[in-house]
Design a protein around this ligand. Structure first.
Ligand code: THU
Length: 136
């Protein structure tokens, strides 16, 4: 699974995005170290704050299916599903990803197959609060 394939799966996941309030549609595809891939989208709610971002939907789906080790995620999104800029993960998603993914976990954001940017999780959430602080 290369980054273009992951991008296309994330883009495909936008189709299921439920975002009637913001109309900002997001899809994500998560690659596990064993090669399995999970897709997910944002799921909004009339109470707004109960909205679940695409990244967390995807990660929780993978965790719920027994996955433990993660390699990379690709996030794609835009207003009315039109991808014009990189869909960077929000702070909440960075924190939740840091619970399960290592410093070298890759985060891809893309506009098209030939315009995909790559970040490492530790660069997007430096000095994170994590389980090591709790003596775990
Ligand atoms: N959203 C995501 O799915 N991922 C992010 O990292 C940022 C925001 C969603 C949540 C909401 O449905 C919409 O984008 C606008 O905030």
């Amino acid at each position: 699974m290369n980054k273009k394939d992951l991008f296309n799966l994330a883009k495909d996941a936008i189709r299921n995005s439920y975002a009637p309030y913001s109309n900002y549609n997001v899809g994500a595809a998560l690659l596990c170290k064993n090669g399995n891939v999970y897709k997910g989208c944002n799921v909004e709610n009339a109470s707004y704050s109960l909205t679940n971002c695409a990244e967390r939907t995807t990660l929780f789906s993978a965790i719920s299916n027994g996955e433990k080790e993660f390699e990379a995620i690709c996030i794609v999104g835009g207003k009315n599903g039109v991808i014009t800029e990189y869909a960077m993960p929000c702070g909440a998603c960075r924190q939740v990803l840091s619970e399960f993914c290592g410093d070298d976990f890759k985060i891809f954001v893309g506009i098209n197959e030939n315009d995909i940017k790559e970040f490492k999780l530790c660069d997007l959430i430096p000095y994170s609060f994590n389980k090591s602080k709790l003596g775990e």
